[in-house]
Design a protein. Sequence first.
Length: 193
Amino acid sequence: MATENKNTVVLYFGSFNPFHIGHAALAKYVANLPYVEQVWFVLSPKNPLKESHNLQDPMERWKDLERVVAKLNRENNLSADKEEKFKACDIEFHLTPPLYTYNTLEKLSSLHPDKNFAILMGGDNIEILHKWHKGEEIARKYKIIVYPREGADIEDLCKKYGAVCIDAPQINVSSSQIRQMQQEGEDVSSLRY
């Protein structure tokens, strides 16, 4: 489970409702860590810990995520013989709800036994990991990579869970902020990716 393992695939879970420049900046940062082979965006059609009435249609979010991944891979200046650094993953579209991260990790591990999966989460999520379905077991079985979030004190929790704290850039933008701005008729093109 060591993060130094060169074939680590980092799973970046999210509703991506919508995908924005903060998501892209974090993904690029993580993709450039020396032990990361790929970053897979795992689109969550419905998050069991969030209200779903604000979610855009899952298929529309999926199409947007495919566009985003193609753009990220183009920007990564891939040569023809090199594997793509970013991938969109629709595994949760094929799982029976409720969609728990633990179940997704187990399914991906069974489908890809050659991959060393790690989960990426914000400091706000590691603070509530004990509330997740089998959160403690996730920490035992999978490497967790934690990025800072404003107001989250993560150092002790990273030690507790054996997580890796990264010093990724914090971009002060959120999907809910973008949705609110759109409702108010504001231009959000500079915040979308």
